[in-house]
Design a protein around this ligand. Structure first.
Ligand SMILES: [Zn+2]
Length: 500
């Protein structure tokens, strides 16, 4: 019986895929909107708390009085919201695709008798639908999951940080914090963190060469003031780190907000990151983090299984697809839309040494290096906050691919900051930084001008009416895309029984 049923189910499913999918949309995954699980008197303050910055939450979490049950309900709600919101935009993307198919078949059917004006109108329609589809896909796959993952990380923080904080205080009190891995911060530069760093130089050089040949690297930024400032800052931190090979930093003229390190001390800082950081300690934190990947040889350790050739082949292939517009991946989307390669979106995470464990290690070492070089180590957390809370997604998407948000990361970083010996006069801001920002303004203005002139692969038809699509601007909360269901169904018993 059972197997017969299974066969039937299978056949039904197959039929659905083969025959009906196009008519009824079997492929669509409609996730219903979640119901608000708590009474407003609990829901609203908790909702407000998880939109606060990590930095602020570290301060107030111990004073918040939400129960574990309430937090659990909120977690389910956020998780369900994520699924609902993503599926909503996935379905929109599918709709746009269908409309595009319809418009394209009309174009085919009437190609002989279309007048110029009608043809242009159809071209514009297809172009607009293509943009909308790409935008909806990007939101569904990137922006929406990241926004909700940040919320979930903050719920974890509210639940677990108070106990963690007590533990940290206890460890400082009895001195056991000195036994932590890499606890020997007074010996930075003299201890062994990643033996054999010099062996990575060749890998890094090969990767750089291959990437250049594949046309993956955006042009270098040419302004001497900006370049010199970033180089000096990097060298200043590198000198106070465990890096034993020369740090070679390149500033790329692209609007992407990101930085990455290739094995062997090759650091890349992108213009968007320089535009985004608010003070020197934030930039120092990011650079120190990237130096850590090189000093601890994370790229090397992740790459041991794969050959460099396979990674490069992969990236070269992606670059080719980007150039021809053959793939609708997220990196491609940005490349087509803005005329730059979302490098952080297409590079192999193995090559960059990104994995959960290595991120934790790089966060810890990065905080140590920034501190050792005299910068406020909390700059890194503040920058993360900025990206998570205010920056929106357009330019920051690749930041979150290479710097995934999760609770353990934030706590691990905060722990390390608290364990570091106190130092006076840690630098947050400098006039050199402000001068760099000033010089950067001209570079940015010029880049924007150039971008306007550059033809976009996504908009081959000119002078079309503006595309009316759902925007998700920096600083907006995710609810601007997926509003919270208004009637708190829950005013209900569930919430009340919970609230104190
Ligand atoms: Zn990293």
């Amino acid at each position: 019986m059972r197997s017969k049923l299974a066969v039937h189910q299978f056949l039904a499913l197959l039929l659905c895929f083969l025959l009906i999918a196009n008519l009824t949309g079997c492929g669509e995954r409609n996730v219903p909107p979640p119901t608000v699980p708590l009474a407003p008197v609990v829901f609203e303050p908790l909702q407000e708390s998880i939109t606060k910055s990590y930095d602020e939450l570290f301060g107030i979490a111990p004073k918040l009085e939400f129960t574990k049950a309430q937090i659990d309900r909120m977690r389910e709600f956020q998780d369900q919201s994520k699924k609902h919101c993503s599926s909503n935009f996935e379905n929109r993307a599918r709709d746009y695709e269908k409309q595009m198919d319809t418009a394209q078949s009309e174009l085919r059917r009437r190609t002989r008798d279309l007048g110029d004006a009608e043809r242009k109108e159809l071209h514009c329609e297809i172009q607009s639908l293509r943009l909308k589809k790409n935008r909806a896909e990007t939101l569904a796959k990137q922006a929406i999951p990241v926004a909700y993952d940040n919320r979930l990380a903050k719920l974890d923080l509210i639940e677990f940080w108070p106990a963690e904080l007590q533990q940290i205080r206890q460890e400082i009190k009895d001195g056991t914090h000195l036994n932590r891995p890499f606890g020997d911060v007074k010996d930075i530069g003299f201890r062994e963190v990643g033996k054999g760093q010099e062996d990575d130089i060749k890998i890094g050089q090969d990767a750089v060469r291959e990437m250049k040949q594949a046309g993956m690297l955006p042009p270098e930024l040419e302004d001497e003031n900006v370049k010199n400032y970033v180089t000096e800052l990097t060298e200043r931190i590198a000198r106070k780190s465990d890096l034993r090979v020369p740090a070679k930093v390149t500033v790329l003229n692209s609007r992407e907000v990101n930085a990455f390190a290739l094995p062997g001390g090759f650091l890349y800082i992108q213009r968007g990151l320089l535009e985004s950081v608010e003070d020197e300690s934030q930039l120092a934190g990011v650079i120190a983090h990237e130096i850590s990947h090189a000093s601890a040889r994370h790229g090397h350790r992740l790459m041991r299984k794969a050959t460099i050739a396979s990674i490069i082949y992969q990236t070269a292939q992606i670059a080719a697809l980007v150039l021809t517009g053959g793939v609708a991946g997220i990196g491609t989307y940005y490349a087509l839309q803005y005329g730059f390669y979302g490098l952080g979106l297409v590079l192999s995470l193995d090559l960059l040494g990104v994995s959960r464990d290595f991120e934790l290690e790089a966060d810890q070492l990065g905080v140590q290096y920034a501190w050792n070089a005299g910068f406020d180590p909390a700059g890194f957390t503040r920058f993360f906050d900025k990206m998570a809370t205010r920056e929106g997604y357009v330019n920051g998407a690749s930041w979150f691919r290479t710097h995934p948000p999760f609770y353990k990361r934030m706590v691990h970083t905060q722990r390390e900051i608290m364990f570091l010996p106190k130092k006076d006069n840690l630098v947050i801001q400098s006039t050199a930084f402000e001068r760099m920002k000033f010089a950067l303004k001209n570079v940015t203005a010029k880049a924007h001008e150039d971008e306007k002139k550059r033809p976009s692969l996504l908009k081959p038809e000119e002078d079309c009416p503006p595309v009316d699509m759902k925007e998700y601007k920096p600083g907006e909360s995710i609810e601007s895309l997926c509003p919270i269901p208004s009637a708190p169904a829950a005013s209900s018993k569930a919430g009340k029984s919970d609230s104190k």
